[in-house]
Design a protein. Sequence first.
Length: 360
Amino acid sequence: MEPDGPSAATRRPAPPVPPGTRLLALGGRSVLVPVRPLLGCTVLLLAVVAVTAVCLAVGETNLDPVTALRAAFGDGTARDVLLVEKLRLPRVEAALAVGAALGVAGCLMQTLAQNRLATPDTVGFNEGATAFAVASVTGVATQLLPSAAALAGAATAASIAFALGGGAGRNGYRFLVVGLGIGAVFGAVTNLMLSRAAIDSANAAYAWTVGTLNSRDADAVGYLELGLLACLPAAVLLGRRLSLLRFSDAVATGLGVRVRGLRVGVLLVSVVCAGLAVAVAGPLGMIALAAPEAARRIAGPRCVPVLTSAVAGAAFTLLADLIGRTLLSPLEVPAGLVTAVVGGPYLLWLLLTTRPRRTA
């Protein structure tokens, strides 16, 4: 009696699983899961939870980290719940959202330009967003909310950089240099507005321009979180296609990628993430530069680590804010100054070790 189905001789062998991945069966379908990025992202998430607990616990009134986490979910004494939920949790929430947005924007920009130095900090996005937001805060452009103004500023800087820099693909270094010039111009405009503004609004705007989570706006945080909900899935999908640009535009086009549309999509997501993050915390430097680099070392070179960069950015921002709050307590150091002090040597190291790619 013949057995049902194809014989062992005619059955096709299963395709080999690429190294570093595992085949996960979900119903009738199979999904390849990269092991190293998944493990790295899990470890980073655990680190974020630990740092979050410390941030919720440390302050003028110290709490036990476990007690602080329980209070964040409404479990504890009335004093602890009020202290954590009303005072500390909103700041931690803002830091997580800002860091994740900057990490995503930095990862996409670095991969698109094929240059580790190309981030919203260095190509003028943050400075454009800051200039427009300061114009809103100081009354120069009162018809725009700071979040909308920051988005408009980041979009303006991106449009100019993309037009003058010849795109952000094979002209990555030209795009970077043009972006540095645009950032310098917007920085000068910001300083001019601050010098001409009324003393009260100038003081408030200047404290915000150094990068701080102390004067965050609840509405701006809400807009940022909505933007992240929309941009994160788009960034993951764009990241999968961005990996094909590592070879050449011709290869990517041959594989069905619309290169120009992909670049426009990456710039759009980066502008939204960077602009909304600046609206919350100001130009918080070095997060978008360092988080993707750390994510690549954790996840490996085989993928574009969008999610890992988001988690790393959140962790770095939380740490910077924690150091700023506790280093010189009771005085508070803005998180932007902490990232500048730590990130300056890191940027110098990148400048010394990054070499331009040669193209035929």
